[in-house]
Design a protein around this ligand. Structure first.
Ligand SMILES: NC(=O)C1=CN([C@@H]2O[C@H](COP(=O)(O)OP(=O)(O)OC[C@H]3O[C@@H](n4cnc5c(N)ncnc54)[C@H](OP(=O)(O)O)[C@@H]3O)[C@@H](O)[C@H]2O)C=CC1
Ligand SMILES: CC(=O)N[C@@H](CCC(=O)OP(=O)(O)O)C(=O)O
Length: 346
C-alpha cells in the first residue's frame, strides 16, 4: 500500500522536517506541498536540504490544493487548521501539527490562546495510557506541542504509578527552531548566541494547560504544573528537567530502585523511548534528527523529590516524527516505519 500525502506549511521548519521523514518513508508518496508567502517558488529554494523534492512547486495553501490525498499534514500557524479541515474529505486523515485541537477544555484554550475553541482531536502521543487505541483508525490527529512531548514522557509513568504528589516543577530549554521560521527580534542570532533566557515565566506559557491535561490524565486527579521554558542558543533540541515531591510512603533513600522499576516497565516495549542506564544523562546532541526520547531519573533524598530529565529533537519526536508515528498507527502501518531512532553525532 502506498499512501499519498500532502504537506501544508511545507516552507516552514515543521513542514521541512515532515518532508525529510516522508521522502524516505517506504509507505508514502509525497503529493502536494503548499505554502503561504513562498507559494510559487520551488521547494528547493526554501528547503535546500531536501534534494529529492527540490523541483516541486509550492502551491497556495487551500482546500483545492490539498484535496485528493489519503493524508494531509498541517504545519501552519495556530488558528489556520480548523477552517481547512472542514473543507477536506471526511475520510482523509488530517494530522495537525498546530495547537488548535490539542486541548479538551474550552476554557483553558480560550484563556491561553484567546480565541474560540475549535474542538479536540485524538492526541498524537501514543506512549500515553490508551494513546495507541485512540489513534488506531483515527481520521483526525492533534500532534502535541514539543515541550508537552518532552515533559509528559519524562514524568507520566511516575503519576500512573502514584509515586509522586500531584504537582510538578518543570524547567525546559528549547532550541530556537521551536519558535518557527518567522524572524522575531528576540530570535536573531545576535540576541540568542552565547545567552540563555526564560520566557512565559509564572504560568503564562500556552503549553502549561497541555501539560496539566496530560499529567492529570496519567494521575487520575488534577496535577498542577509550574512550567518555565528557556530559549537555548542551539537550532534544535529540548532538554526538560522535571521534578515532583514523592508521596508519603515512597522510599527516598537516594537509591532510585522503585522509580527505576516503574519507568523500566513503562518503557520496556516503547520503540522510541530510551530509559538510560544509571548515571547517564539525556543530551540534546544524542537525539538530534532522531525520533528517540532519552529519559533519566533520580531520587533526591534531601528534597524528597523525584527528578526526571528528558531530551528530544523538537522537530522530530517533538513535531514531525511524532506526527508520522501517529499516522503509522492510524493507518495500521508498522509504527516505526520511516522513523529514525539513531541520532547524528557529534
Ligand atoms: N517548530 C517546532 O518545534 C514545532 C512546531 N509545531 C507547530 O507546527 C506549526 C508550524 O510551525 P513551524 O514550522 O515552526 O512554523 P514556521 O513559521 O517555520 O512555518 C509556518 C508555515 O506556515 C505557512 N504560513 C504562514 N502563515 C500562513 C497563513 N496565514 N496561511 C497559510 N499558511 C501560512 C508558512 O508559509 P510561508 O513561509 O510560505 O509564508 C510556513 O510554511 C505550528 O502550528 C507550530 O505550532 C509543533 C511542534 C513543534
Ligand atoms: C522556542 C519556542 O519559542 N518554542 C515554542 C514552542 C514550540 C511548539 O511546540 O509549540 P507549538 O506547536 O505549540 O507551536 C514556544 O515557546 O511557543
Amino acid at each position: 500500500m502506498t499512501v499519498r500525502v500532502a504537506v501544508a506549511g511545507a516552507s516552514g521548519y515543521a513542514g521541512g522536517e515532515l518532508l525529510r521523514l516522508l521522502a524516505s518513508h517506504p509507505g508514502v508518496e509525497v503529493g502536494a506541498v503548499t505554502a503561504h508567502t513562498s507559494a510559487g517558488r520551488p521547494l528547493g529554494s526554501v528547503q535546500p536540504q531536501l534534494p529529492q523534492l527540490a523541483d516541486r512547486l509550492l502551491l497556495d495553501t487551500s482546500a483545492d490544493s490539498l484535496r485528493g490525498h489519503d493524508v494531509v499534514f498541517l504545519a501552519l500557524p495556530h488558528g489556520q487548521s480548523a477552517a481547512l479541515a472542514t473543507e477536506l474529505e471526511t475520510g482523509t486523515l488530517i494530522v495537525d501539527c498546530g495547537a488548535d485541537f490539542r486541548l479538551r477544555d474550552p476554557a483553558a484554550w480560550e484563556r491561553f490562546y484567546g480565541s474560540p475553541h475549535a474542538g479536540s482531536w485524538p492526541y498524537g502521543l501514543p506512549e500515553l495510557p490508551g494513546g495507541r487505541e485512540e489513534l488506531k483508525g483515527a481520521t483526525r490527529i492533534a500532534v502535541p506541542g514539543c515541550y508537552p512531548t518532552a515533559v509528559t514522557l519524562a514524568l507520566f509513568p511516575a503519576y500512573v504509578a502514584g509515586l509522586v504528589e500531584p504537582e510538578a516543577v518543570v524547567v525546559a530549554a528549547s532550541g530556537t527552531s521551536g519558535a518557527g521560521r518567522s524572524p522575531a527580534p528576540h530570535l536573531l542570532g545576535s540576541e540568542v548566541m552565547g545567552s540563555m533566557s526564560p520566557y512565559g515565566v509564572g504560568g503564562g506559557h500556552r503549553h502549561t494547560p497541555e501539560l496539566v491535561q496530560n499529567l492529570s490524565l496519567a494521575a487520575g486527579e488534577h496535577v498542577t504544573v509550574s512550567f518555565t521554558p528557556t530559549l537555548a542558543p542551539m537550532p534544535r533540541g529540548i532538554l526538560a528537567t522535571c521534578s515532583a515531591r514523592l508521596r508519603p510512603g515512597i522510599a527516598a533513600t537516594g537509591r532510585d530502585d522503585e522509580a527505576r522499576a516503574v519507568f523500566g516497565a513503562a518503557y520496556a516495549d516503547e520503540p522510541f523511548v530510551r530509559l538510560l542506564p544509571p548515571g547517564q544523562w539525556p543530551s540534546t546532541a544524542a537525539v538530534l534528527g532522531s525520533n528517540t526520547v532519552q529519559v533519566q531519573i533520580a531520587v533526591d533524598p534531601q528534597a524528597r523529590r523525584l527528578i526526571c530529565v528528558s531530551a528530544i529533537d523538537n522537530l522530530t519526536k517533538g513535531t514531525a516524527g511524532g506526527a508520522v508515528q501517529s499516522m503509522n498507527i492510524a493507518l495500521g502501518l508498522p509504527e516505526r516505519l520511516g522513523l529514525p531512532t539513531n541520532g547524528v553525532a557529534p
